[in-house]
Design a protein around this ligand. Structure first.
Ligand code: ADP
Ligand code: MG
Length: 258
């Protein structure tokens, strides 16, 4: 029976899009008197869309975003950010140009939100992306080195992602080993991939996080900054402003509001 054989071939050739769609598409082709070419086009289109969707899902899973944030929910009126620059970034040209993005600003100003939104947009462009906090990266790298699997971690995660997002540089102080490992990562990605890094610290204070190693700090910053967008986000915490707007804060130090 032809139906069974079609399904067999679809499975053998891994054409899951055609497998799901061919039956309803052939009904439609008969009903609408479509030409053979039009029918073939619809079949190929459904296969392409299925694969495209699957690959986006795989990329999203690999990225490991803690939650999904998109640019649509980012309120530019609350922020000192240049919307034109963010729109340029969202074209993903910066990944082709292996540029980095440094998002600098106090807590609550939307750095993580933006970093995820850019990473999410990258995944929609099928750019392999990895999101990790600085603390997790430092601990993972150190453990991998101790267990003799640093090369494989770097190959599987760091090298394979064209966009590496390191969130929260500043809250976690790296020891000597971790600082050196971070340098290795930044060095690997230099001019071969892109890094987005979010931080609450101005450059002058980065040394405090990197084991007070002046030389290493300069080497890391040099490579990060060379081809980069440096975005300073000013202002106060978004959450705090929302509360203020709602009249929940009166700025009396004894206030119980927050
Ligand atoms: P940061 O990483 O700078 O500490 P987050 O990105 O975690 O700040 O932002 C804190 C919360 O406020 C998040 O829920 C985020 O979605 C929200 N937020 C911050 N800035 C904005 C903004 N401009 N528009 C919409 N939501 C924002
Ligand atoms: Mg954050």
């Amino acid at each position: 029976m032809v139906k069974t054989r079609i399904e067999e071939y679809c499975k053998k050739l891994k054409l899951s899009g055609i497998l799901t769609a061919y039956s309803s598409l052939s009904d439609r082709a008969a009903k609408e008197n479509l030409s053979f070419s039009e029918f073939l086009f619809l079949l190929l289109e459904s296969e392409y869309e299925t694969r495209n969707e699957r690959s986006k899902q795989t990329i999203l899973k690999f990225a490991g975003f803690p939650k999904i944030k998109t640019i649509d929910t980012f309120d530019f009126s609350f922020s000192s950010l240049d919307k034109t620059l963010i729109n340029e970034i969202l074209t993903m040209r910066f990944v082709d140009e292996t540029k980095n993005i440094l998002l600098i600003g106090p807590s609550g100003t939307g750095k993580t939100h933006l970093a995820i939104a850019i990473g999410y947009a990258a995944a929609q462009h099928r750019i392999k992306t990895k999101f990790i906090t600085m603390a997790d990266l430092a601990i993972t790298l150190e453990a991998a080195e101790t267990q003799n699997r640093l090369d494989s971690y770097i190959k599987k995660v760091i090298n394979s992602a064209r966009l590496l997002i390191i969130d929260e540089f500043g809250y976690f102080k790296l020891n000597e080993k971790q600082s050196n490992l971070l340098f290795q990562i930044v060095n690997k990605k230099y001019e071969t991939g892109s890094i987005i890094i979010t931080t609450n610290l101005s450059f002058i204070r980065w040394k405090e996080v990197l084991n007070n190693d002046e030389g290493l700090t300069t080497a890391i910053l040099d490579r990060l900054i060379h081809h980069s967008y440096i975005i300073n986000i000013k202002g106060e915490s978004y959450r705090l402003r929302q509360k203020k707007k709602a009249g929940l804060l009166d700025f009396n130090p004894n206030s119980q509001g927050f």
